[in-house]
Structure formats: structure tokens, C-alpha cells
Design a protein. Structure first.
Length: 317
């Protein structure tokens, strides 16, 4: 038998089964996305270009002493009012240019003041057009406090330096030669501390990134000489076994005995990079599932009354 469109019952049954399978794939993809945001150890927020929060990890909500549902649908200026104009500017700039940005901020939270290194990146839709901005923040409070303590108290330098969980390299500010490294630095590079002393700071990085590394060092020096805080730099550290470890580099200027040094605090960014990649894959998988299943999604903000439709839903209607 055939229906009014000329299709047999067998054909209709197969189409129905295929549609049901695509819907199941979509539901599974959405479930994995929710699980990721619930259990990822990173502080993650996804915002519209005007600063409205549309997705949030449990870790991010914990810093604000609430649950994700307490903040989703609200503008960032409502729950982080201090410096909100700067955050909104960064979100819009990242959305407009599509260029990733990294910032270091001191943030006043319900639990006290914390320091964060935040990576802003644009999230594209199925057509490759940016529709939201993702912010992944790493709590660097301890690293910042360690650096500040080192600057203020030479007596505490050795203990704080050597037992810091982050790799630290102290280099001559003018020559770039390493004069001291801590235990974490030895572990990150696979070299004994004594073997690191005397190396030029550029020798910590892969050869293919050599020129960029030298440029980063020169930028740090120039800003530190002007008593400015350099931005967080991303680079790679070459381990003795050939592994290239992604790192975030925080730089501070120190002075001992009339000599100027640059303290580089290297934080392993492997976990953050993996989280970013997994988030990108989940976002792409979700959009593909919606496209295959001809299924759209929509969200309703009970506070503002705004509706947000996915691209697939616009196509359907």
C-alpha cells in the first residue's frame, strides 16, 4: 500500500525508524553536554554577545555560591557587577573579531577576592558564524599570591619558590639566562634543577616556537621595565622525552642585591586545553545531531521573556 505521497508503508516505516534514531542521538548528545558542564573541573561560562549567560559549569556556579540555574538567563553585570563593563567589552570584542583573548583579573566574589586567568573564545554555529562567547577561567590566586609574597619578602623566597606547585624559572632580566628553577620546573622539563641553570629561557621551548618565544620574552621585559603587568602568555615547554606541554606564563619583576630578574610562573594548561577541545567537540556534535534529526531547540528566559531558537528551528518554521 502507498500513502498520498506515493510512499509504501515499508518506506514510511524506515523513515520513521531513521527519524527516531536521529532524535535518540540528539538526546544522547545533549545529555553528554549537561554531564560535562556538571562535572568538568574548569570554571566555564557561555554568553551571548550582549553578556547574557546561556550555559555554566558547576565549578563556575560554586565560585558564586549558587547553582547554574541561579545565573543562567541573567546578564553578567547582575552577578559580577564590579568591572562588568570591561567584561562586556571583551565578550563583544571576541564575538566581533573571532579572535581568542586571555586576561588576568582580580575578582570580588561572595567567598572573597580571587585571581583568574580567563580565556575568551568565539563559538560558531553550523554555518561557521559566531553566535556566543565561551569563557574558561582558571583560578590562579595561589600563584599570584606566591608571586606577590616573593616580591615583598626575600626571606620567604626559597621556601615559596621551591615548593610552589607551579613551575618557576628565575632569569636574569637582561641576558635571559636562567639563574634558578624550582622542583616543579624540573618535573615539567624532565631536567634536574642544576641542568636548567645557565640555559637561556628560550631553550625551554620547542624549536619551531623559538622566535615567538623570544618575542614574548622581549614583550614581558618591556612591560616590566615600565612597571606594567604583562598579559598572560601561552607557550609550550619541551620535556626531555620530546613531549610539548602547553603552558600559561605569568611574569613578575624581582630585584635582589641591585640585580633585576624576571620570575616566570609556568602553569600546565594541558587539562584546560583538553576541556576546551571537548567542549568544542560537544558543541559541534550537538549542532550536527540537530541538523541530522531535523530537530530544533529553543530556550525561554522567564526573567526577561526572551526566546532563543537554534538555527535548525528557524529552518523548520
Amino acid at each position: 500500500m502507498v500513502d498520498s505521497s506515493g510512499k509504501t508503508r515499508t518506506e514510511l516505516s524506515l523513515e520513521l525508524e531513521a527519524a527516531e534514531k536521529r532524535i535518540q542521538e540528539l538526546e544522547a548528545s545533549e545529555t553528554r553536554w549537561r554531564h560535562l558542564m556538571e562535572h568538568v573541573g574548569q570554571s566555564i561560562g557561555v554568553y551571548t554577545p550582549d553578556g547574557m549567560l546561556i550555559s555554566m559549569s558547576r565549578t563556575a556556579a560554586d565560585f558564586l555560591q549558587g547553582a547554574p540555574k541561579d545565573f543562567i538567563g541573567r546578564n553578567i553585570k547582575e552577578f559580577i557587577p564590579e568591572n562588568s563593563s570591561e567584561y562586556l567589552h571583551r565578550i563583544l570584542q571576541t564575538h566581533t573579531t573571532g579572535q581568542p583573548q586571555t586576561y588576568q583579573d582580580e575578582v570580588s566574589l561572595p567567598g572573597g577576592v580571587r585571581w583568574f586567568s580567563s580565556d575568551y573564545s568565539s563559538i560558531p554555529d553550523e554555518q561557521g558564524r559566531p553566535f556566543a562567547v565561551q569563557i574558561i577561567s582558571q583560578d590562579i590566586t595561589e600563584a599570584v599570591r606566591t608571586a606577590e609574597a616573593l616580591d615583598k619578602s626575600g626571606a620567604m623566597f626559597e621556601a615559596l619558590f621551591d615548593y610552589s606547585p607551579d613551575a618557576m624559572f628565575l632569569a636574569d632580566m637582561h641576558s635571559g639566562s636562567i639563574v634558578q628553577a624550582n622542583l616543579a620546573a624540573a618535573q615539567m622539563t624532565g631536567k634536574p634543577k642544576a641542568a636548567l641553570v645557565g640555559l637561556h629561557q628560550s631553550q625551554l621551548h620547542p624549536e619551531w616556537y623559538l622566535e615567538q618565544s623570544k618575542e614574548f620574552f622581549a614583550q614581558h621585559i618591556a612591560m616590566l621595565k615600565e612597571d606594567s603587568t604583562p598579559p598572560v602568555m601561552e607557550n609550550y615547554v619541551l620535556h626531555d622525552n620530546g613531549e610539548e606541554i602547553p603552558v600559561e606564563i605569568h611574569a613578575r619583576r624581582l630585584e635582589f642585591g641591585g640585580q633585576e630578574y624576571i620570575l616566570g610562573v609556568f602553569r600546565d594548561a594541558t587539562e584546560r586545553k583538553q576541556a576546551e577541545e571537548e567542549l568544542r567537540e560537544r558543541e559541534l556534535e550537538l549542532r550536527r545531531s540537530q541538523h541530522r534529526s531535523k530537530t530544533g531547540t529553543w530556550e525561554y528566559n522567564v526573567i526577561t521573556g526572551d526566546n532563543r531558537w537554534s538555527d535548525e528551528l528557524f529552518i523548520l518554521y
